[in-house]
Design a protein around this ligand. Structure first.
Ligand code: MF3
Ligand code: CO
Length: 289
């Protein structure tokens, strides 16, 4: 819909359109005309939405922090699930995974060769030397946050520690590419190049996603990308960077029994870290990690 230059801006700030988002819209249109993929307006988070999402993220971070003190050898992943449910709801949030497309638990716990979407169970006990991804997502007043961390259980081999460290570095390299009017392809390329330089592979089928007003929004964030391609990083765009980095081959399969858990085809370990980021006018901001 066209707005007059003296009409109130569509963002609801109360200013005139010409004093607010007119230049932004012109830039988007010119990039679109050049053939670039530009974000729909609904993907651009407004200041009051960002504040609400940050409140959600505060809970999500706190839950992950609590887990840092509790996760240990001998604990079942069901126990992790219980902690996530109790702590999230205690702080007024809802675990976003619970009942999401039929997902049965409040969190994903993915151990060693499990790439992502490991389902907590009383029968899965953390053992010495395991590496575990715990992926927490929170809904607060309808606003979504999403982040995951790796947890080292007991004495972990140097080989696995390196995988975990390099995967974190991949996310940091990706984040360093989040700049206003850059490209999502710059992020993916930085992630992939660092993994590859260390002899690892990155899972192709599963990636990050827009997040904030919904659990999974556009854009999809893959890592098999070239700089200068994919969606334009317009200020206000919010998404996750969450590469799954494999020690061996990139190939994965989905567990036939639970139809959720992705597992490396060669059985070698996989690691993942996830951060939720916002593109700002001047750079970028980590909303949840
Ligand atoms: N938290 C996961 C992500 O990062 C999504 C999990 S969906 C679930 O996108 F249903 F498996 F929880
Ligand atoms: Co995510």
């Amino acid at each position: 819909m066209k707005v007059g230059r003296n009409d109130p801006c569509w963002c609801g700030c109360g200013k005139k359109y010409k004093k607010c988002h007119e230049a932004f819209d012109e830039k988007i249109e010119s990039l679109r005309a050049q053939g670039h993929i530009v974000p729909a307006r609904k993907l651009i988070k407004l200041p009051d939405q960002i504040e609400k999402i940050k409140e959600s993220a505060k809970i999500n971070r706190e839950v992950l922090d609590i887990l840092e003190d509790k996760v240990c050898v001998g604990m079942s992943t069901e126990e992790i699930d219980r902690i996530v449910y109790e702590e999230t709801t205690r702080m007024g949030g809802i675990p976003a995974p619970l009942n999401y497309n039929g997902y049965p638990k409040s969190v994903c716990t993915s151990i060693n060769e499990e790439v992502c979407h490991g389902i907590p169970s009383k029968d899965v006990i953390l053992k010495d030397g395991d590496i575990v991804n715990i992926d927490c997502s929170t809904i607060l007043d309808g606003y979504f946050s999403d982040a995951s961390r790796m947890f080292l259980i007991g004495n972990v081999s140097e080989e696995k520690r390196k995988l975990v460290r390099v995967t974190k570095e991949c996310v940091e390299r990706g984040y360093a590419q989040v700049k206003p009017w850059g490209f999502l392809g710059d992020v993916g390329a930085a992630v992939h190049d660092h993994a590859f330089a260390n002899g690892y592979t990155v899972v192709k089928e599963i990636g990050g996603h827009g997040v904030g007003l919904e659990f999974h929004e556009d854009p999809w964030v893959g890592y098999n990308t070239k700089p200068g391609t994919k969606m334009v990083l317009a200020p206000g765009l919010m998404f996750t960077i969450e590469p799954m980095v494999n020690m061996g081959e990139a190939k994965i399969y989905i567990d036939e029994e639970n139809e959720w858990t992705a597992i490396t085809d060669d059985g070698l370990p996989s690691a993942q870290w996830e951060i939720q980021v916002l593109v700002t006018e001047t750079g970028a901001e980590i909303i949840c990690s």
